[in-house]
Design a protein around this ligand. Structure first.
Ligand code: NDP
Length: 328
């Protein structure tokens, strides 16, 4: 028996979460059983833990947790053997399949990635889905060419934003960080941001479809009015990696920045990334994310903290990356 944060639904469709002892034979099918060392809290985990599962959870009882890192216990797939360190992100784990909010998980071998050299399970979860997505965003910007001038990161004090700031700064880019929390300025500067932009400055709706050419690239975790505004401020031919919608799913923009400035809007999806891309991105994380900066982002937690932290992240109240010690 082992502990799991089990979410159940009653006859009136109300959901509730409790740490519950479950057995291995309750785990879903999969080739690999993993002893979960660390998991984390992403925006999507907040949605999965919210009433109704945010429209993401398929069935109850459910174990949320969209990512985890741990040690292989059993495997019927040749690629993995007991003792191997692995990391999982995406593939609707924690949504359509039981996830990392339990001390053991059973998943398809195809969904796992071996931990790259130099990265511990704890560090991998300090990165987590949010940081992995930040890396994918930087790689997408690189593929399309980062222009001269500052690279903008929106939602900068959040999970995706914090890691994007640290990676871009480490790669030698000037980084402008947009935040609605001025008290995080010192934190963002310590990660490498050279300029702090107040959220209000970019939240106004678009009045002119084009403004001064300012940003050489952008990682956008916010979407909505802010993304629309930013599109008109990009340098000629520059790209925006659109990651999230913390500020809204609508896009009140015009086509003008695309037509007259050749701006690229690159959609980033971390969920269905093929194995080779996932491996490449995790290797880049190990190489291009300074581990001392990663440590600054860590908010340590244990399983009992998950209900509060998953609610906090939906309110935009989590700074950096929550790392949950599942054996703690
Ligand atoms: P966080 O909650 O950690 O960060 C989001 C940040 O956005 C907040 O910290 C806040 O930053 C800012 N923010 C929140 N609300 C608003 C608002 N109303 N207006 C403007 N800014 C706001 O979440 P994550 O970093 O984990 O995820 C960010 C987004 O990316 C989410 O929408 C998430 O679903 C998405 N995502 C997408 C992935 C993909 O594969 N495409 C993978 C991972 C995440 P600050 O306080 O600095 O202003």
């Amino acid at each position: 028996m082992f502990d799991a944060l089990l979410v159940t639904k009653d006859d009136d469709d109300n959901t509730s979460a409790a740490i519950t002892q479950i057995s291995e034979d309750q785990l879903p099918h999969g080739e690999v059983t993993v002893s979960v060392d660390y998991t984390t809290v992403n925006y999507k985990d907040g949605l999965c833990m919210s009433p109704g599962g945010g429209g993401l959870v398929r069935s109850y009882p459910h174990v949320p947790g969209i990512d985890f890192a741990g040690t292989v216990e059993q495997s019927s797939d040749d690629r993995y053997k007991p003792g191997d360190k692995v990391v999982l992100t995406g593939w609707r784990v924690g949504e359509a399949h039981w996830g990392g909010y339990a001390q053991k998980a059973r998943v398809k071998a195809d969904w796992l990635v071996p931990l790259p050299d130099g990265l511990t399970p704890r560090q991998a979860m300090a990165v987590g889905t949010a940081g992995f997505t930040a890396m994918l965003s930087v790689m997408a910007l690189e593929d399309h060419g980062i222009k001269s001038g500052p690279v903008l990161v929106t939602g900068a004090a959040g999970g995706v934003g914090s890691v994007a700031v640290a990676i871009l700064a480490h790669l030698g880019h000037e980084v402008a960080a947009v935040t609605g929390r001025p008290e995080t300025s010192d934190y963002l500067k310590s990660l490498g941001a050279t300029q702090i932009v107040a959220r209000e400055e970019l939240n106004e709706t678009v009045k002119r479809p084009l403004e001064g050419e300012t940003w050489g690239g952008c990682v956008d975790a916010v979407g909505g009015a802010m993304l629309a505004r930013v599109l008109g401020q990009m340098k000629y031919g520059a790209s925006v990696a659109a990651v999230g919608l913390a500020g809204g799913a609508g896009l009140p923009a015009t086509v003008i920045p695309f037509l007259l400035r050749g701006v690229n809007l690159l959609g980033i999806d971390s969920v269905m990334q093929p194995y080779d891309n996932r491996l490449r991105a995790w290797k880049r994380v190990a190489q291009d994310l300074p581990m001392d900066k990663l440590e600054e982002m860590v908010v340590p937690a244990v399983m009992a903290d998950l209900p509060k932290l998953t609610a906090d992240i939906l309110e935009g109240q989590v700074k950096g990356r929550v790392v949950v010690d599942m054996k703690g």
